[in-house]
Design a protein around this ligand. Structure first.
Ligand SMILES: [Zn+2]
Ligand SMILES: [Zn+2]
Length: 344
């Protein structure tokens, strides 16, 4: 038996550094509306690093390292991210929540002690829509979900959720120590995408009005400082577990019930309404039914789905309704601002 002669050639491997330069091998583009921390977790996974350890790569310590960066992205880390990913600087800058006009209404992140199973770690406030995560090719968290004024998904009409449906633990993708996508609970490995119940129409209508008003504020049409709409909404204190607390510290379950009660006009807050900031909440709730009618009429006008005669009739009622809603909101705000109390 003759063996074919074969030559084994040895070629020196190309230098990795020369091949990829300073860039990281895996780069993922941010998804529209994605939160910075969510993108960082996906970037870590793309480079074979579990998110829990990626904070060390960036020089940030702590179990909730990425939540810190959401609120304060230091210049040197921003520069490092731009250099290593070679993505446009403005794409990365747009993900963070620093210089945030709605900071007062963002859910407070509770920093855990580092032990994954301690009670502090299990009340991490990060909410999500399970149906949205199910549609994502690579599940990601949206910036809009970090607002305490959001309790449902406008796309799917279902309620948001801020805990694992299996173990009840907080949502803490920054603590993932394995190479798993963000739809898995870091405490028990359960899939977080179990559906939630549909949101009730009245509660969602109220939520939409607040969201629209905040958009107007962000677009630069609101006053700023202590009398701004976010500051006033954030100044309201609600009783929770025997303590008064602002909306940004309440769990989703409590905020959803509060929205439903305000929308139904059933809450005792409306009868009391001694606190000017609480009064603003109830005034918005009163304006919410009118607001959705206005939006519907406006949509119909734009899409020319109504007859000229009906258009003439609806224009009068629209203007009257709009004036009423604005007068209700702003006249009360003006009289109440002087005594507004800051939230804790
Ligand atoms: Zn959704
Ligand atoms: Zn779990």
């Amino acid at each position: 038996m003759t063996q074919a002669t074969s030559e084994i050639t040895v070629t020196p491997a190309r230098d990795y550094g020369n091949e990829v330069g300073q860039g990281w091998p895996g780069v993922v583009a941010p998804a529209p509306g994605e939160l910075l921390s969510s993108w960082l977790h996906r970037l870590a996974l793309a480079n074979g690093v579990p998110p829990q350890y990626f904070g060390q790569v960036l020089g940030v310590v702590g179990g909730d390292w990425s939540a810190k960066l959401d609120r304060d992205l230091p210049g040197q880390i921003f520069k490092l991210l731009v250099e290593r990913t070679r993505l446009p600087a403005e794409d990365i800058d747009g993900l963070a929540l620093h210089r945030d006009p709605l900071a007062r209404l963002r859910l407070r992140q509770i920093t855990g002690s580092g032990d994954a199973r301690t009670s502090t770690a299990r009340v991490n406030r990060l909410q999500y829509c399970p149906a949205c995560l199910k549609e994502d090719r690579a599940p990601f968290f949206r910036r809009g979900w970090s607002l305490a004024t959001r309790v449902s998904c406008f796309r799917h009409g279902c309620r948001l959720r801020d805990h694992c449906p299996a173990c009840g633990g907080g949502i803490a993708p920054a603590r993932q120590n394995r190479l798993l996508p963000q739809n898995f609970c870091v405490w028990c490995d359960a899939d977080l995408r179990k559906p939630t119940l549909p949101a009730e129409y009245d509660a969602q209508r109220f939520e939409r009005l607040i969201d629209d008003l905040l958009r107007v504020h962000v677009a630069g049409h609101g006053r700023h400082g202590k009398t701004s709409l976010p500051a006033m909404l954030g100044a309201a204190c609600f009783a929770f577990k025997g303590e008064t607390t602002s909306i940004s510290r309440l769990p989703h379950r409590v905020r959803y019930v509060l929205f439903r009660q305000l929308a139904d006009g059933m809450t005792h807050l409306q009868k009391r309404s001694v606190h000017p900031a609480i009064d603003l909440w109830t005034r918005i709730a009163l304006a919410a039914p009118k607001h959705s009618d206005l939006v519907a009429s406006l949509s119909a006008e734009i899409t020319s789905r109504i007859t000229p005669r009906a258009k003439a009739r609806s224009r009068h009622s629209d203007l009257a309704g709009l004036q009423l809603a604005i007068i209700r909101l702003h006249s009360n705000r003006r009289t109440s601002l002087a005594t507004a109390m800051p939230a804790n």
